[in-house]
Design a protein around this ligand. Structure first.
Ligand code: 13P
Length: 250
């Protein structure tokens, strides 16, 4: 059985005091939950303060991106070592917004994943097709390319620690969700790819989240699909009531 994992990617939203109010509220609301992993992913500048509030709770902290080097002259970047120092256990890597606006490539994603694993950070690697690619029937080619490129050179042992988030770009922030069947079809395809590149056992064990307009109204149907193991939530993770409802999916 794959343990479900629900993560809230706050993107570039909230103030420090709003972030602290949100984690305090979530800590209280979610305290009884032990059968699934819960992660909040604040902007870098709030990581340490949020970690202090959540220390010892069942809610983990993740970052939205990282550099692959431990340290160096890389103005503006944050290293995996710095993230662990702030209490981060997870890091989103290769989010479509980083790929689209900051020119991140599969090669960079691959370097970041390898580095995260060295520092004991669990990478949440995002993959997904654009609307143009879906309409041109390129979804499976795009996904296969991202899987091959992003996970190149990993051993099965390393890949077993990676979480994949399938986030169709056309469903992010648009209110347009993939249907549960559409999402599951791609998740199953990803698993098939992993079976070919690694082995069947690994493919059956890797957790694959769905992301893209996940809301309280659609989370139960999405999460009921056999190959969907959780959600990477954007907008609905900024409010305690909606995120808590999604974490508690039935
Ligand atoms: P929304 O839930 O706002 O569509 O964002 C999804 C996402 O990009 C999470 O990483």
């Amino acid at each position: 059985m794959r343990r479900p994992i629900i993560a809230g990617n706050w993107k570039m939203y909230l103030t420090l005091s709003g972030a602290l109010d949100l984690v305090k509220d979530l800590k209280e609301r979610l305290k009884g939950i032990a059968d699934r992993d819960i992660v909040v992913i604040p902007p870098f500048t709030y990581l340490h303060s949020c970690h202090k509030v959540l220390e010892g709770s069942n809610i983990n902290i993740g970052a939205q991106d990282m550099h692959w080097e431990k340290e160096g002259a890389f103005t503006g970047e944050v290293s995996p070592f710095m993230l662990t120092d702030c209490g981060c256990k997870f890091c989103v890597i290769g989010h479509s917004e980083r790929r689209a606006y900051f020119h991140e490539t599969d090669e960079m994603v691959n370097k970041k994943i390898k580095s995260a694993l060295i520092y004991g950070i669990i990478p949440i690697c995002c993959i997904g097709e654009t609307l143009e690619q879906r309409e041109a029937d390129q979804t499976f080619d795009v996904i296969e390319g991202q899987v091959r490129g992003g996970f190149a050179g990993l051993t099965s042992g390393q890949m077993g620690r990676v979480i994949i988030a399938y986030e169709p770009v056309w469903a992010i922030g648009t209110g347009r969700t993939a249907t549960p069947e559409q999402a599951n079809e791609v998740h199953a395809f990803i698993r098939g790819n992993l079976a070919g590149l690694f082995d069947t056992e690994l493919a059956n064990n890797v957790r694959i989240q769905y992301g893209g307009s996940v809301k309280p109204e659609n989370c139960d149907d999405l999460m009921s699909q056999p190959d969907i193991d959780g959600a990477l939530v954007g907008g609905a993770s900024l409010k305690a009531d909606s995120f808590a409802r999604i974490v508690g999916f039935k």
